[in-house]
Design a protein around this ligand. Structure first.
Ligand SMILES: *Cc1c(COP(=O)(O)O)cnc(C)c1O
Length: 305
């Protein structure tokens, strides 16, 4: 690990396993624990740190001084990257989807405040940028610049996720995680014991590509006995960052009962889905379930919760 990254990581907190205490779970005789990656760092979103860590290590080891990436106006990825860049003393640049807004939302304000250079691009330009999948793919890249594709979908990102799974020091039957690009799910499927099942809860609609992306990332690896895995697309609530009263009410009541904060884009949808499946008796009595709290709580500022 590059010494600058190792030093930064010393400021992180452990990602503990928290038992979810709720009489509903007792009634259905299942045990649920959350792997609290939301607790890793007060600013850097847990899931994004897992994915960024070894990518940044690669960039730093090659002497890069500028990371260029892309994301939406509420992006947890850009938020984590901008802050990490500031802490490491490297420059960050972001292509942001959509027109430059008159008033910056809290996420964009943070990015600007932390010195990230923002380049607002149209939706079609943004789509074109998705073509560039490798660190040196972006046309016009200068020496010292490192291209980080959307969502950090790469083998290096999987290495960080693998650490998350290896930290879990209890036996379990099922492990759940929210899915955007599916990179985190892939890292979990790769690492979870063969006698477990992994469920990814899709946060976006029309996820035909999600299944394929996870499969193709997995295929780059030598096959071993893998856990069973599936993607559940029943709880996206109409699409990315879409919500409704049922979801917001669930999040509020979950927080009141368990004192674990959620957000409506990823972790709220996963827990809503998990609770719904539990109530449909999809899990046998005695099942031990781990739900990965991927973080993302900074995004809550974009919602009137
Ligand atoms: C980005 C993000 C995800 C999605 O991760 P993928 O690896 O893209 O599937 C899940 N949860 C949170 C909080 C995120 O910020």
């Amino acid at each position: 690990m590059h010494p600058d990254l190792a030093r930064l990581e010393q400021q992180f907190n452990p990602s503990v396993l928290t038992r979810v205490k709720d009489s509903l779970l007792d009634r259905f005789k299942v045990e649920v624990r959350m792997k609290r990656d939301d607790r890793l760092h007060p600013v850097i979103s847990g899931n994004k740190w897992r994915k960024l860590k070894f990518i940044l290590n690669h960039a730093l080891s090659m002497g890069s001084d500028t990371i260029i990436s892309m994301g939406g106006a509420y992006s947890n990825h850009l938020h984590a990257l901008a802050f990490t860049g500031k802490m490491l003393g490297i420059n960050t640049v972001a292509y942001v989807r959509g027109e430059k807004p008159k008033h910056f939302n809290p996420t964009l304000s943070d990015l600007e405040h932390w010195g990230m250079k923002l380049r607002f691009v149209s939706r079609s330009e943004y789509r074109l940028l998705r073509k560039y999948k490798n660190w040196n793919d972006l046309p016009g890249l200068k020496s010292g610049e490192y291209w980080l594709p959307e969502g950090g979908m790469s083998q290096l990102a999987l290495t960080g996720v693998r650490q998350l799974v290896e930290e879990i020091d209890r036996e379990y039957d099922v492990i759940c995680v929210p899915c955007g690009t599916g990179t985190t799910l892939t890292g979990i499927v790769e690492t979870a014991p063969a006698n477990t099942a992994a469920i990814g809860f899709a946060a976006l609609k029309d996820q035909g590509f999600l299944q394929r992306d996870v499969e193709s990332l997995l295929q780059e690896k030598i096959k071993k006995d893998r856990c069973r895995w599936s993607i559940n697309s029943d709880y996206h609530f109409g699409g990315f960052a879409k919500t409704n009263d049922d979801l917001l009410t669930f999040i509020e009541s979950f927080e009141n009962i368990t004192h674990i904060p959620l957000e409506p884009v990823y972790t709220g949808k996963m827990m809503f889905g998990l609770y719904d499946l539990i109530q449909q008796n999809c899990f046998a009595p005695g099942q031990r379930i781990i739900a990965v709290h991927t973080g993302g709580l900074q995004g809550n500022r974009g919602f009137a919760l």
